[in-house]
Design a binder for this molecule. Structure first.
Ligand code: MD3
Ligand code: FE
Length: 207
């Protein structure tokens, strides 16, 4: 369950009921003030993943309170339910002390269709090194967890399935990572969703 120091994978951490609930919340967040969209990269590329942010709007390579790349609407507030879920998640991975100190203020909800993937990258727009919490829903994927130095080997390929929790903190906080492919047909029946959703919670340190 600990892939590397600070990288803790808890498969099936969310039961079916909580998965359904979160899928419903993701649907409502996706139709908030800032539409779910594919991020345009500075090099002209467009991400195959579609995403929506809560609390702080992520765009390459900074956070904003407004959707500067898509019309400038104010981003929806970070919901209390995700703060509580984040503390519960960090507690499950690291214990109650770390859990109680966790104050995430930004969430990124990523949607993957069967063709979507995400190249190897680091998450380093945050100014503090609090852990990142990742929750997967729907279709499973092959996730690549790399090293802190560069996007090359060594890496570990891990399947992330619906309900899985992954916490990345400590020495793993700035590891390179990506999503190689989704695994179509693997979504559990009964959560009301096809495709893959990933919720990440972050503490930006931006106040
Ligand atoms: C390891 N999302 O939104 S979650 C992202 O499944 C992102 O949508 C992927 O990478 C997804 O930035 C992977 C797992 C993840 C998230 C953040 C990390 C792994 C991480 C930060 C540091 C190290
Ligand atoms: Fe990332």
């Amino acid at each position: 369950r600990e892939l590397a120091p600070g990288a803790v994978h808890l498969p099936g951490w969310l039961d079916a009921g909580r998965q359904r609930e979160l899928v419903g919340l993701c649907r409502s967040w996706a139709s908030g003030p800032v539409p779910m969209r594919a991020v345009k990269m500075p090099n002209g590329g467009v991400m195959s993943v579609r995403s929506v942010s809560l609390g702080w709007h992520w765009l390459p390579y900074r956070y904003s309170r407004t959707a500067d790349d898509v019309g400038g609407a104010a981003v929806a507030p970070f919901p209390d339910v995700l703060g509580d879920l984040g503390r519960e998640a960090v507690e499950a991975a690291y214990g109650p002390d770390e859990g109680s100190r966790y104050e995430p203020d930004a969430a990124l909800i990523n949607y993957y269709d069967d063709a979507a993937k995400m190249g190897m990258h680091q998450d380093r727009e945050e100014r503090v090194n609090a852990p990142v919490v990742s929750l997967s829903l729907g279709t499973a994927c092959t996730f690549r967890f790399g090293n802190t130095e560069n996007r090359n080997r060594p890496w570990q390929d891990v399947e992330l399935a619906s309900g899985d929790l992954f916490v990345f903190g400590g020495p793993s906080r700035f590891a390179y990572h990506g999503v190689l492919r989704t695994l179509p047909g693997t979504a559990p029946t009964g959560i009301g969703f096809e495709g893959r959703l990933n919720i990440t919670l972050r503490q930006t340190g931006l106040g």
